[in-house]
Design a protein around this ligand. Structure first.
Ligand code: SF4
Ligand code: SF4
Length: 371
């Protein structure tokens, strides 16, 4: 019969939502208060009520619903929900499960969300880096002036981290493509996209970069400001790293040496912004824990990796400046371990939000959903 919808509930899926932290999903009685109070929800087919219903009923299709990515987990809905169903947190769990669905291999995404795999996730880059240092650099505390290149020659660093970044980009690109195909597949709840892809993509990226939608949140408004610091800290550090790479590989006559030496100073405000942003994000989460939820292990995984990247980066610079090799080299080793975790596990952590949220916001903009 035309227009008939076949509903296939999956009880295992509901159990997984509950186990991953969405234990309140069953409390929802569909009053729709959450969709009304959400400042980010469009008038047409608003979220998060319909996603709560799908999750309750075990409809796995919700994992390819672009609307779960339009939510910035500000918790306005959680504060107003009369049943304590925590819709903001449930959507967070659905996003985590969507990352698992689109990531390759999904088992790595499951490992990132499960604390019992944390020792393994840390051990992998540590062993890899230790072996690399042993074979091509120096595993220990080198004599003389502190030069990190003695432990890890530049070529080795470039090889390891370009490889880790390339892996992450490939996995994310594959996932994003599959997600885009899914959200454009015919479905009763979905709408077709129209218009100029490049122009809409640029507008979407601008929205994301300046957190225009994130700043519409109320309960955790400060989170968007702290997040902005974090993002611009990353951008500054990425610019310095990119320039260093270019200088090393594509500038044999040192034509950009002066620019590079000046631009290197950007690493200082970059690290400061990163540490300021992440530290305040932690404090804000703790301060708002009662009304907005404390966040899951999955949320905290990325927060702590970023904190370790920033703190060990700063400390390895300071220890080198004051010449304490016995502290400088191990701190640098930890710094590289954390950076590897940030890059290599990016398709499985909340960092993947950047990619899937961009795809979902692009879709929303191109399907005229008030973006
Ligand atoms: S999650 Fe809460 S506010 Fe939203 S529909 Fe369910 S009971 Fe109502
Ligand atoms: S957490 Fe915030 S953005 Fe997400 S659905 Fe609730 S009110 Fe909307």
């Amino acid at each position: 019969m035309a227009g008939e919808i076949l509903i296939k509930p999956d009880l295992q899926f509901v159990k997984r939502v509950i186990a991953a932290g969405g234990d309140t999903v069953k409390k929802c009685y569909q009053c729709d208060t959450c969709s009304v109070v959400c400042n980010l929800s469009p008038d047409e087919k608003p979220f998060p009520r319909k996603e709560m219903l799908q999750a309750q009923w075990g409809l796995k299709e919700v994992l390819s619903d672009p609307d779960i990515w339009l939510c910035h987990q500000c918790s306005d809905c959680t504060v107003y929900c009369p049943r304590g169903a925590n819709p903001g947190e449930v959507l967070g769990v659905l996003r985590q499960m969507a990352i698992e669905k689109y990531a390759t291999p999904p088992v790595l995404a499951k490992a990132v969300g499960d604390p019992k795999f944390l020792p393994l996730l840390i051990a992998f880059p540590m062993i890899l880096l230790a072996l690399a240092a042993k074979m091509f650099g120096y595993l220990g505390i080198p004599e003389g002036e502190i030069v990190y290149g003695k432990m890890f020659p530049t070529l080795l660093i470039d090889f390891i981290f370009t490889g880790a970044a390339a892996f992450a980009v490939a996995v994310l690109a594959k996932g994003a493509l599959a997600f885009w195909q899914d959200i454009n597949a015919p479905h009763p709840w979905r709408v077709k996209v129209e218009g100029n892809l490049a122009g809409n993509l640029i507008a979407t990226l601008k929205d994301i970069l300046f957190h225009n939608r994130f700043r519409l949140c109320e309960t955790t408004y400060k989170r968007s400001t702290n997040h902005l610091f974090l993002v611009f800290g990353f951008i500054f550090l990425a610019m310095v790293t990119g320039l260093a790479f270019y200088h090393e590989w594509f500038d044999p006559h040192g034509q950009i040496t002066k620019v590079y030496v000046t631009m290197k100073l950007l690493a200082i405000p970059g690290t400061a912004a990163l540490l300021y942003g992440i530290w305040n994000l932690i404090k804000e989460r703790q301060a708002n824990a009662e009304k907005a939820g404390y966040g899951s292990y999955y949320d905290w995984f990325l927060i702590y990796v970023i904190l370790v990247v920033g703190a060990t980066g700063l400390l390895s610079w300071l220890f080198r400046l004051v010449g304490i090799g016995i502290l400088a080299y191990p701190t640098y080793f930890l710094h590289l371990t954390a950076i590897f975790m940030l890059f290599f596990y990016a398709p499985y952590t909340k960092l993947a939000h950047i990619v899937y949220r961009t795809v979902a916001m692009l879709h929303a903009r191109m399907s005229g959903r008030g973006f």
